[in-house]
Design a protein around this ligand. Structure first.
Ligand code: GRF
Length: 203
């Protein structure tokens, strides 16, 4: 990794994970710089955060392309223009395709708001609550071709409280999730990593 690793962050929503990364990157010792933000939709708070930070951003909407595959090619191209060392999906609600994974598959991270392999998909906290688990949390992993199935970098747990709603549990998870993301991205860029089968090791 270079002295300051180049990160592209992909978002679809409020961008609180992006904001946490931007705060961390303000410290030169952190070892990374967010060089661009990409989204799959307009009008989201995360793009406003990127603009406020003076960062270049881009939007690639699936519906603007003749096929999902064409969208995947376009997204890959937009990300590649920024020459990232690491790409981070932080609440990015799209599964990327083969083109993207060929370009970035060994350095494309996602943060998911459940303790995988339980509760993959877009309703992690709701599914955890409905199931009645007593521990919930977040998983940081390298993306592979499956849905939330890639090699795991880190996991963090939070309690599920008796009076939790989807909103309260989601918020408790997000607090732990942001810290996990910032701590582990910092370690990855500063120390490097290896992936052996499903095992991620940070030396
Ligand atoms: C995160 O909790 C992520 O796990 C989920 O969406 C949330 C994104 O939040 N998929 P934000 O946009 O970073 O605030």
């Amino acid at each position: 990794m270079p002295v300051s690793a180049r990160i592209v962050v992909l978002i679809s929503g409020s961008g609180s994970n992006l904001a946490a990364l931007l705060d961390a990157c303000a410290d030169p010792g952190y070892g990374a710089t967010v060089v661009a933000v990409g989204a799959d939709r307009d009008g989201i708070a995360g793009l406003d955060r990127a603009a406020a930070a003076g960062l270049p951003s881009f939007v690639e909407r699936v519906k603007d392309h003749p096929s999902r595959d064409a969208w995947d090619v376009a997204l890959t191209q937009r990300v590649a223009e920024h020459k990232p060392d690491l790409v981070i999906s932080a609440g990015f609600l799209k599964l990327v395709g083969d083109h993207f994974l060929t370009a970035f598959g060994d350095r494309y991270l996602n943060t998911h708001n459940a303790l995988l392999p339980a509760f993959p998909g877009i309703h992690g906290p709701r599914d955890a609550l409905d199931y009645g688990v007593k521990l919930a949390g977040a998983t940081l992993f390298f993306v592979d071709a499956g849905v939330d199935t890639g090699p795991i970098v880190a996991q963090t747990a939070v309690p599920v409280l008796p009076d939790d709603t989807e909103e309260t549990l989601t918020e408790r998870i997000k607090v732990a999730e942001r810290k996990q993301l910032v701590d582990n991205v910092g370690r990855l860029v500063r120390e490097g990593w290896t992936i052996t089968e499903r095992k991620v090791t940070i030396p």
